[in-house]
Ligand binder design. Structure first.
Ligand SMILES: [Zn+2]
Ligand SMILES: [Zn+2]
Length: 139
């Protein structure tokens, strides 16, 4: 799906959803505000989910050395937050790697706060800054 070349955002909505929004619009409901509220709520839920996941991972590891493998629940969460794209805001490339923004060797955790899906270029840049450690895992 190439959102950038798509002039009409509505074409991404399925027919039911379009109908639903048009019905609300006809009732005089401010659908801009409605969508803003929903998105904000969604972001808040993601933030909470992130905290919860980090907590769960900490409890599960319980002082033991965790696996380098990023748990599926955390991958799913990252997907919800970042989609399939590089998490650098200005970047429009597909993410290829989940990067640990804190060195895994030191932090020993997969707290999603410190994970960022990156495209190949941004991942290379991230490791130019911290070149000693390179993870190979892709998602
Ligand atoms: Zn990395
Ligand atoms: Zn990028």
């Amino acid at each position: 799906m190439d959102v950038n070349s798509d002039e009409n955002l509505l074409t991404h909505l399925d027919a039911d959803l379009q109908k639903n929004l048009i019905e609300r619009l006809k009732k005089g409901i401010d659908i801009n505000q409605l969508l803003k509220d929903l998105l904000q709520k969604h972001d808040e839920e993601l933030a909470l989910e992130k905290e919860k996941l980090a907590e769960e991972v900490r409890e599960k590891n319980n002082g033991r050395k965790p696996s380098r493998y990023i748990p599926a629940a955390i991958r799913r969460q990252l997907r919800k937050e970042h989609g399939t794209m590089c998490s650098i805001r200005t970047c429009q490339k597909q993410a290829t790697t989940i990067h640990h923004t804190q060195r895994f060797a030191l932090s020993q955790n997969h707290d999603p706060k410190f994970l960022a899906p990156l495209c190949r270029e941004h991942h290379a840049i991230a490791h130019t800054i911290d070149g000693k450690y390179l993870e190979k895992r892709r998602w």
